[in-house]
Design a protein around this ligand. Structure first.
Ligand code: SF4
Length: 342
């Protein structure tokens, strides 16, 4: 059997949200996944995947040569029974055609839909993990149960050891901590009060800061605001799956609408996501069993953009500035200690 090919060359969060689709397809036969090098790192050790194929859209010699090399690599195998277009560009659709895949399945709203043999309705009101999972189902299938659309990641023993060592530094393995992920690629999605929140939480918890090298400055500011030894600054030093493992050990995480909330969904960590210019209804909210979202209701300009602009077009940035640290801390308390049902 030649199996299925899943093409997902979007952002890291989208790759994580594609793992339920991959798990569903793996029940039917072997699955290969084509992703960017960054996406490949997050899919390591995934038992549902036969081969991870790296496609560097921004390769040294440009996208065209990279596309040609990838097609040559894929055509050297038996044609796939089906290709699933989790990313909907025309280039991805063309790539699926050139592999010789007999069926090509993607969303009816995608740019690349002219290259598909089957178009599936894109349901705007559903979570994106469910939308992607639905590519593998008939239109009349029952809706999924939560477990079917929960993302899955698989940190290795080595990554667990790295996290063990990090937690032992200045503390013990079982000391409770809260993870904070203050970054985002989009400026207006970065809630501005993480330092104040860290000060509030610092009395009860150690604080772990999660993020990429780009978040180094805010991580330094948070670290400087708390007593020595209270902060585990993991920004820019951990591989992606080790970051997932660290998040998995936390009592809870506070994050913007960005990739760490999807890492937390996969690791089952209670999650509080802060939404500014975007809203959970876009389909990218947290999926951990215990979660909450914060957002300023009733603001006429919100949401203003699917991704979140770099700067507030109205300059006041009320969607984030009016979410106080006190409010976020109270929501977090409910996420960590949910009210007992009566
Ligand atoms: S326009 Fe409104 S929703 Fe958009 S960034 Fe500004 S305050 Fe936020």
């Amino acid at each position: 059997m030649s199996g299925s090919l899943v093409i997902q060359t979007s952002f890291l969060g989208d790759v994580i949200l594609t793992t339920p689709l991959i798990a569903e397809l793996a029940k039917r036969g072997p699955v290969d996944v084509l992703v960017t090098p960054e996406g490949a790192a997050v899919l390591a050790n995934n038992p549902d995947i036969r081969n991870v194929i790296r496609y560097d859209k921004r390769g040294t010699y440009g996208a065209t040569l990279s596309l040609w090399q990838t097609v040559r690599q894929l055509r050297s195998r038996r044609p796939y029974d089906a290709a699933y277009l989790a990313q909907g560009s025309f280039r991805s659709g063309l790539l699926a055609m050139l592999t010789g895949a007999k069926e090509r399945i993607g969303f009816a709203s995608s740019t690349g839909r002219v290259t598909y043999t089957t178009q599936i309705a894109y349901r705007p009101g559903r979570h994106h993990a469910e939308r992607l999972w639905s590519l593998s189902m008939s239109e009349c299938a029952d809706p999924p149960i939560p477990e079917q659309i929960r993302p899955r990641l698989y940190p290795s023993d080595e990554e667990r050891l790295v996290v063990d060592r990090m937690l032992r530094r200045g503390g013990s393995l079982d000391e409770p901590f809260v993870a904070l992920a203050p970054g985002s690629a989009w400026g207006t999605k970065r809630w501005p009060y993480y330092i104040e929140l860290a000060r509030k939480l610092g009395d009860d918890f150690r604080i772990a800061i999660i993020g990429s090298k780009a978040d180094g400055a805010i991580a330094e500011e948070i670290t400087a605001a708390l007593p020595a030894g209270c902060v585990i600054n993991a920004v820019g030093v951990l591989p992606l799956l080790a970051s997932a493992e660290l998040i998995g050990r936390a009592q809870a995480i506070v994050t913007n609408d960005s990739a760490p909330q999807h890492l937390a969904s996969a690791m089952g960590t209670p999650t509080l996501t802060i939404f500014g210019p975007t809203v959970p209804e876009f389909g990218f909210g947290p999926l951990a069993e215990r979660h909450a979202t914060a957002g300023l209701d009733g603001l006429p300009c919100r949401p203003c953009d699917r991704h979140g602009p770099q700067r507030c077009p109205l300059t006041h940035w009320r969607c984030m500035r009016e979410l106080s640290p006190e409010y976020i801390a109270s929501l977090l308390t409910e996420v960590i200690n949910p009210p007992v049902p009566v």
